[in-house]
Ligand binder design. Structure first.
Ligand code: DP6
Length: 349
């Protein structure tokens, strides 16, 4: 027999960034972070997990290509989720798996991203969240999504925030064993559904410095990172929670842009400095800043992760339409900026 489960998980974009670990193995951050989870129809991972007595080892395929599961991050997730496995009884298929059997059984995993991985956008966040969620269903684990988030976190920090829709907070926690470092949902996806997220793909080249290496260097060398984690983020997280609760777009945009800019300032303050944004990214920032200043309240927020692509969050459909017009005007398809716009959240624009 074979028992199979398929799950789908969208990626998330941080509006208050996670950058820096206090424990590299358990993946414990130096500050809280807040993200918005994208519409499941876009930028998501679909993962099928299967178990069968005929499987003689754990194996995984990513976008059709077999990858090694020997890395510590996969092993940690698999071990933690196996420890939570329960009895499974599927009368229809005549499958009966006792809790104690899970230690001997092996799993096969097939995972697909619906977005080119090379664009550096369909990050590890959706991947690990989906893996952990699918395995939990396969093994009938009773954990709630916050408890599962603490397992996904050990695959990739940002993954813990993809277990929920809407706006999500990753609480850094205090415990040394990481048991209180998990994600909670602040508001669900219906709370602020007029927002439209547009991702401007500035370059589809893979990033040069991975987040993991970059943040390690920042923790070791950046004084600004220490100031940010202790003094800036705690206050900003509170303000951001208020802005989200009240759907206050002006404050939301100001905090989102400021936090992205400080994250990239930390990267510059790192030795050797890390450059994730390029000229096109900077031009997008200038364009949005200029526009926001010409209006009574900001219309668009920008944020950049560990790469040059811009994530633009528009206040509503009208602002999103205007934004696309501006992007097409400043970066026509024939220009060398290599800018393709992907509309996330509302295909009809
Ligand atoms: C800039 O979660 O990819 O996107 O925990 O080492 O796997 P690891 O790092 P990762 O870092 C994400 C960094 C970021 C900001 C964020 O998503 O909060």
């Amino acid at each position: 027999w074979v028992r199979m489960v398929t799950a789908q998980t969208p990626t998330n974009i941080a509006v208050i960034k996670y950058w820096g670990k206090r424990d590299e193995t358990l993946i414990l951050p130096v500050n809280d972070s807040i993200s918005v989870t994208l519409d499941p129809a876009h930028l998501c991972t679909t993962t099928t997990v299967a178990v069968s007595p005929s499987f003689d080892q754990d194996r995984m395929w990513l976008n059709g290509k077999e990858i090694s599961l020997s890395g510590g991050r996969y092993q940690n997730c698999l071990r933690e989720i196996r420890a939570q496995a329960c009895d499974v009884e599927d009368e229809e298929k005549g499958i009966k798996i006792a809790k104690k059997d899970w230690e001997k059984l092996h799993v096969h995993v097939a995972s697909y991203n619906n977005f080119p991985t090379a664009a550096g956008l369909a990050s590890s966040a959706a991947g690990f969240a989906c893996l952990v969620f699918a395995l939990a269903k396969l093994m009938n684990a009773k954990e709630d999504n916050s408890e599962l988030s603490a397992i996904a976190r050990q695959g990739s920090g940002s993954a813990c925030r993809s277990l929920f829709g809407g706006f999500v907070k990753w609480i850094m926690g205090k415990a040394e064993d990481g048991s209180d470092s998990l994600a909670v949902q602040l508001v669900d996806e219906k709370h602020w559904d007029e927002l439209v997220i547009i991702i401007a793909v500035v370059s589809s080249r893979q990033k040069e410095t991975s987040s993991t290496t970059g943040m390690r260097d920042s923790v070791e060398t950046s004084l600004l990172l220490q100031h940010r984690a202790k003094e800036v983020v705690p206050k900003r997280v509170k303000q951001m929670e208020e802005a989200i609760k009240n759907r206050d777009f002006g404050s939301f945009a100001q905090l989102t842009c400021a936090d992205s800019n400080q994250f990239h300032a930390v990267c510059l303050d790192t030795c050797p400095p890390i450059f994730y944004m390029n000229d096109t990214s900077h031009r997008i920032i200038s364009c949005v800043e200029k526009w926001n200043r010409s209006e009574e309240t900001p219309q668009v927020a920008y944020t950049f992760d560990a790469g040059p692509n811009a994530v633009l969050i528009a206040h509503n459909r009208k602002a999103a339409t205007q934004l696309l017009q501006k992007l097409l005007f400043y970066f026509p398809p024939s220009s060398d900026a290599d800018l393709n716009s992907y509309v996330i959240g509302d295909k009809s624009i």
